[in-house]
Design a binder for this molecule. Sequence first.
Ligand code: ADP
Length: 480
Amino acid sequence: MRILFVTSEAYPLIKTGGLGDISYTLPNALRQLGVDIRLLLPGYPAVLEQLSLIEVHENIRLPPLQEPIRILTGIMPGEITPVYVIECPSLYERDGGPYQDSNGKDWSDNALRFGILSQVAALFGSHHLLFKPQIVHCNDWQTGLVPAFLTFNPNQSARTMMSIHNMAYQGIFPPEVVESFGLPPESFSISGLEYYGKVSFIKAGLYYSDWITTVSPTYAKNIQTPTYGCGLEGLLTIRQAQLTGILNGIDTEVWNPDTDPLINHNYNTKSLLLKSRNTQELRKKLGLTSSTQTPVIGMIARLIEQKGIDLVLPIIPDMMKSGAQLVVLGSGDKKFEEALQQLAKYYPQQISVTIGYNEELAHQIEAGANMFLMPSKFEPCGLNQMYSMYYGTIPIVRRTGGLADTVIDATPNNIQAKIATGFIFEKENADELLFCIRRALRTFRDKTTWRQLQMTGMNRDFSWQESAKQYVSLYHSILN
Ligand code: ADP
C-alpha cells in the first residue's frame, strides 16, 4: 500500500497545533502496519534546516508560478518515514509561521503557497514523479485543491482521502484562483469549489475527494449541523456515506510520564505519588505559592475563542476564591493574552501566564498540574485532554467533538463503575464551567476517588494502534 500524506506541518520539523502532531504520529503508526506512507511538505526554513535532503526532481514548472521548483527528499528525524520537500524560496523561505507573518497576519499569497503544495501532490497522484502513491491523503484546507486537480487530470492515477482536522479554517480566496491554476471554469460552481462567489479550498477537498475523514466520531456528526459545519454542513450531509470519524491517538513515546525527559520526576501508575514533586517544581519555576491543599489547574492552548478562553476569564476571581491555582501557556488573540496577563499581575502567587510556544513547559504542566482545563466551544479531537489523562491530570472539558469521545464524566454512577476520567459540562456558559470546576475541586479533596480517576485515565489506551488500523481498512475500501 503506497500513500502520499500531504500536510502543511509535521512535528518535530514544524508545528502550530494538533495537525503537526498527527502528521508525525499517524504516518509512524501506519508504517508499523506495513504501509509505505511518505510525507509531502513545503520547504519552510525550519524544514530545510532539520532534514538532510537530496534532490530528486529539478526544474518543475507549475503555472502560475514564475520560477521553477525542486523536490528534495530526506527522512524524518529519528524515524524511517521518507519526506518529500518542495523547495521554492519565494513561497516558503521567509521568517514567521507557516500560515501567518510574525504579527499574526495571514500571508497574502497563501492561495499560491498552498495551491502549489496541492499541485505538487497532484503530480505525485498522476504518477509524474518517482514515488507513485495509490492514495493521496490530504489534510485540511491547505491541501484541499489536490482532489480537484486530480479529478480534472486525465492522468489521475491515485484516489484521494481528505482529512478534516478543523472545519473552521477553510482557505477562502478570490475566484481568479480557478483560472490561475488552470482548473476548468465548470469547477467554479455550487457543484464544485465555489463558495459564495469565492473559491473554498476546503470545499474543493470535501467535494472532489473519494473519502472524507475527520478526527473523532462526535465531530463527524457535529460538522453535519449548522453550529459546527461552518457553512458546509449541507455538503457534508450529502457525503455522509463517505464520511468517517476516526479518533486521533497520542504518541506515547513523546508523551509518557514514565519516560518523558522534559519533566523533573518520571512516574507511572505504581509511583503516582511522585507526580506531586512535579507539581512542586512547577510552582517553584513559575513563582506560585506552595500548598498541598490548593490544586493547580493547567491550560495549554492557542488563545482563541474556539478554546473557550472567554468562558474562563470572567470566572477566574471565583476560581481563586474556591482555592485553585492557574497555570496558562499559549499565544493567540492579543485581547486574551493581555487579559490573562492582567489577572496574573493581580494574583501573582496564584496565577502564572506564559505567552508563547514552549514544548518543555507544556510537558511540565501536564506532569505538574492536578487538573487540565479545556472548555472548548468546539474541538475536532483535542490532544491535551488525552495527554492529561495519561499523566494523571484530570481534564475538565465541555461535551463536544473529541472531548466527548475521550473523557468520561465523574458522575456518581461512573465513579462507582470505575470508568470516570474527568469532569464534563454541557453548555457554552461561564457559570456551568465554574460549577464544573467546583465539582472537580470538591472531588480533589476526596483522595481515594481522585486517585481512582487518575488511575483509570492512566490505564486507558490512547495509542494509535486501533485508529491506524481503521485508516488502513478505509484505504482498502477506497481502492476497492
Ligand atoms: P489544536 O490543534 O486546536 O491547537 P490540539 O489539542 O489538537 O489543539 O493540539 C494542540 C497541540 O499543540 C498539543 O500538542 C499542545 O500541547 C500543543 N500546544 C498548543 N499551544 C502550545 C504552546 N503554547 N506551547 C507548547 N505546546 C502547545
